[in-house]
Design a protein around this ligand. Structure first.
Ligand SMILES: *Cc1c(COP(=O)(O)O)cnc(C)c1O
Length: 336
């Protein structure tokens, strides 16, 4: 492996910057289980305001944030409608079913992440003892690096509301969606009862997520967070990193998006390699079968880390410069 690999496996691999570490070191701390960590309280107030909700809760991970949200919206024997490939359904260990006794109703998604409105409507179960009670619609933005179309979000959440369902957004990369589409975060969050955001992805903190929503819901989630083992003590060390990230790392997501576009452009025209232009910071590279075998290993040996097999996934982030992208393009072109 080259001495200094370019790590494009995920936007979670970033190390906190020197300025972020300094903020963490200087953070005012208390015991957040007693509710008296000033840095956590400040972050929660900031995120709630930023996303236009009554309350926010700092969470160790996005997985726990989504799970606490689902468990706060739904009771045992309730059901939530969710995309077949959505993170909360597919990539979180089945937590809603295992720990929440919540039945997922996964539904097919289009290439842009949307679930057809007719499918949503057809899968809301009638009030009949045969069926689980359909309580919630969960969407995800960005989805596969794509911004969920605003008009769709408006229609899908309006349909859910008309049918008496609550709505949750897995907004792990909501800030990427906001920056890419030039829409304020509050505008994206507005359509949903609850929203989960991650600080540990593009925003570059070592850990941490937040769940926002109405006071009553967040108060339920607070109880679930404790039960799920997420009550952290001097969590202000991490909350300070998140506050720093909100102040300094949101607008620069545009750099990650530009780097992703440059990477995709640089890979055009290779036989057996198809690259779609990214909207945000995730580039998917489809490989013909003869190209795919051993590709990830060859790239790793040449100093570029990524994931996938027939479809490589490359994520740009805070620790990847424009120069790194040029180097990555050279390596990818040589080895694909
Ligand atoms: C990463 C991610 C999560 C979960 O976050 P963790 O902090 O890794 O648990 C949830 N949803 C989406 C879309 C994600 O990308």
């Amino acid at each position: 492996m080259s001495s200094n690999p370019i790590d494009l496996r995920s936007d979670t691999v970033t190390r906190p910057t020197a300025a972020m570490r300094a903020t963490m070191l200087a953070a005012d701390l208390g015991d957040d289980v007693f509710g008296d960590d000033p840095s956590v309280n400040a972050l929660q107030a900031k995120v709630a305001a930023l996303l236009g909700k009554e309350a926010a809760l700092f969470m160790p991970t996005g997985t726990q944030s989504n799970l606490a949200a689902l468990m706060s919206h739904c009771e045992r024997g309730d059901e939530y409608l969710v995309g077949q490939m959505a993170h909360t359904y597919r990539w979180e260990g089945g937590g809603a079913a295992v720990l929440g006794s919540i039945q997922p109703q996964p539904l097919a998604q289009g290439p842009d992440g949307t679930i057809a409105l007719a499918d949503i409507e057809a899968n809301i179960k009638p009030d009949d003892a045969h069926f689980a009670k359909t309580r919630l619609l969960a969407l995800e933005n960005t989805w596969g690096g794509k911004v969920l179309p605003a008009a769709y979000v408006e229609q899908a959440t309006a349909l859910a509301r008309r049918k008496g369902l609550a709505t949750h957004l897995d907004g792990a990369r909501l800030f990427n969606a906001a920056v890419a589409s030039g829409v304020a975060p509050v505008e994206i969050a507005r359509h949903f009862d609850s929203v989960s955001v991650c600080f540990s992805k593009g925003l570059g903190t070592p850990a941490g997520s937040a769940l926002v929503g109405p006071k009553a819901l967040i108060s339920k989630a607070h109880r679930w967070r404790k039960m799920l083992g997420g009550g952290m003590r001097q969590a202000g060390v991490l909350a300070a990193a998140a506050t720093h990230a909100l102040d300094h790392h949101v607008e620069r997501l545009a750099d990650d998006h530009a780097n992703a576009r440059r990477l995709a452009e640089g890979l055009q025209g290779l036989p057996g390699v198809t690259v779609e232009m990214p909207q945000t910071n995730i580039v998917f590279v489809d490989l013909a079968p003869e190209k795919a075998t051993g590709a990830v290993e060859r790239l790793r040996a040449a100093g570029v880390l990524c994931t996938g097999l027939y479809r490589l996934r490359l994520a740009t982030h805070l620790d990847v410069s424009a120069d790194d992208i040029e180097r990555a393009i050279r390596v990818l072109r040589e080895h694909l």
